[in-house]
Design a protein around this ligand. Structure first.
Ligand code: PHE
Length: 491
């Protein structure tokens, strides 16, 4: 087997949990992973979950979903029946074997998520736009011409044979003229007139000059021109058919009766033999004490930091020291799929230097009458600013930005809903945005338990902001907890 990742399967552990009780805080992917695997080992696991649903940041909104956001009135997602949008995780790298392991094991149907579509647009605020395939091809073609013409004069280690092979490669790659080595465009950049039947032989469009290409490159987000995206964003990527919560639902189905929903953790205390958690039943308002031999806290540290507990001073500081990133998205329900019918765009992104940077077309239900188009996916200071606006204002700003790509965009919008993770009271951030200091200090500290309480979650992995990080962190932590419990059993 050729592994693509640090851990492809849950650790194979010997021994038994012997019915020892483990209280897991949070029914996100980390908490449910730990519960599933530890239950299989013979532990008695209970999960406390403040929300009325499992999945944590794995969340899919549909028509009728209520969105609660700090500082804003509740709103109801206005999408039509059958339409959905993932404000959290939305794309799975093919190298994330841990995530794929559970999709395979729990039979969650996946389909390809188009993360790069060369037929998308690059647009400027002034309403100029160019297809990605045109810009990328002309960029490479011009660079190839420059390099091929000067290959012999380069101050490099190439010998004559290398120079010849390099020139040959560039000629083939970009269709450079065999003698003059000029780039005159290839069909990859697109046609002026299309080939077809009869006398329609097709004419390739005239290429942009290098200077012109560089003007574009200077104007638009860098990601638009990446011909080699970072490892995680290489095709194919995947997503579950019907929404990312198909994954959390599949995990949840493995844990009947084990998740106590609407149980908000109020305090975490422990002594030498056990853990005692007070949880508020948000249904009745009553506080309830639950005890266990061990606990695994998968609640984000941004939230743990606000929960009472007899933590060590270092643990308390670690909670405070992990920075969380403001993140939000908006999904437009579109009245039609004009990008498919009029512009032959099937999934992927278009880029703009207008406010929101990108829009993303749906990677499902092609050729159907409607769909959800991602109107923004924003981070950091921009997310903080935009999240202060009302749903209506956010939508207007997103329409204005998308109009730089599709001038009549607003005419096709039926409704919109946006969601920000830093305004979600049980997340308080999109993901952990570690600094070197927080990796060395807080991260390292929380890999170890505080007494009988262990920690897990995407924030305790080197894959933050990915489901695989939550899953692999749970695997890492359960292995340590089990080792400890085995030792204590023998005492
Ligand atoms: N996994 C998230 C996404 O795919 C966040 C992320 C973005 C993680 C960029 C790493 C790099 O959007």
């Amino acid at each position: 087997m050729l592994p693509a990742s640090a851990a492809a399967e849950p650790p194979r552990l010997e021994g038994s949990g012997d019915g020892r009780r483990i209280l897991i805080l949070g029914a996100g992917l980390a908490g449910m992973t730990a519960a599933i695997e530890l239950t299989a080992l013979g532990y008695d696991c209970t999960i406390l979950e403040a929300r009325d649903r499992a999945g944590g940041r794995v969340f899919t909104m549909r028509g009728g979903t209520t969105l609660s956001q700090l500082g804003h009135p509740d709103s109801v997602v206005p999408y039509d029946e059958g339409q959905w949008f993932n404000p959290g995780p939305w794309r799975i790298p093919h190298s994330h074997e841990s995530t794929l392991h559970y999709c395979r094991r729990f039979s969650v149907p996946l389909e390809v998520f188009i993360n790069d579509n060369e037929n998308g647009w690059v647009a400027t605020k002034d309403g100029e736009r160019i297809r990605l395939h045109t810009l990328r091809t002309d960029l490479r073609g011009n660079v190839a011409e420059l390099l091929a013409k000067s290959a012999g004069d380069l101050d490099s280690d190439l010998d004559d044979g290398d120079t010849e092979r390099l020139t040959e490669f560039l000629r083939n790659e970009m269709g450079l003229g065999s003698k003059e080595l000029a780039y005159t465009g290839t069909d990859a950049r697109g046609y002026k007139t299309f080939p077809g039947a009869g006398s329609r032989s097709g004419v390739v469009g005239d290429p942009l000059s290098l200077s012109n290409v560089l003007d574009w490159a200077g104007d638009v987000p860098g990601a638009a021109l990446l011909s080699l995206p970072s490892r995680y964003f290489q095709q194919p990527m995947f997503h579950p058919v019907g929404g990312m919560d198909r994954i959390s639902a599949a995990f949840e189905a493995q844990l009947p009766e084990r998740i106590l929903f609407r149980h908000e953790v109020r305090s975490v205390r422990q002594d030498a033999v056990g853990v005692r958690v007070i949880a508020r039943d948000l249904g009745t308002g009553a506080d309830r004490e639950i005890t266990a031999d061990y606990a695994i806290a998968t609640i984000p540290t941004s939230v743990l930091n606000q929960i009472e507990g007899d933590w060590s001073r270092e643990t308390r500081r670690a909670f405070a020291d992990i920075p969380y990133f403001p993140v939000g998205k908006l999904g437009f329900q579109m009245a039609d799929r004009f990008w498919e019918t009029d512009e032959q765009i099937f999934g992927g992104h278009s880029f703009t230097n207008a406010e929101m940077g990108t829009i993303t077309y749906p990677s499902d239900e092609y050729l159907s009458p409607k769909g959800i188009l991602q109107g923004f996916y924003i981070f950091g200071g921009q997310a903080s600013q935009i999240s202060a606006l009302s749903q209506e204002e956010r939508s207007q700003r997103a329409v204005a930005s998308a109009s730089s790509i599709h001038s009549d965009f607003g005419d096709h919008v039926k409704s919109a809903a946006s969601f920000f993770w830093h305004l979600e009271r049980y997340s308080l951030g999109g993901w952990a945005e570690h600094t070197r200091e927080s990796r060395e200090g807080a991260y390292t500290h929380l890999l170890e338990p505080d007494g009988r309480v262990y920690f897990a979650g995407e924030h305790l992995s080197h894959l933050p902001a990915w489901m695989a990080g939550a899953i692999e962190s749970a695997w890492f932590t359960m292995e340590r907890l089990h080792e400890r419990a085995q030792q204590e059993n023998q005492q």
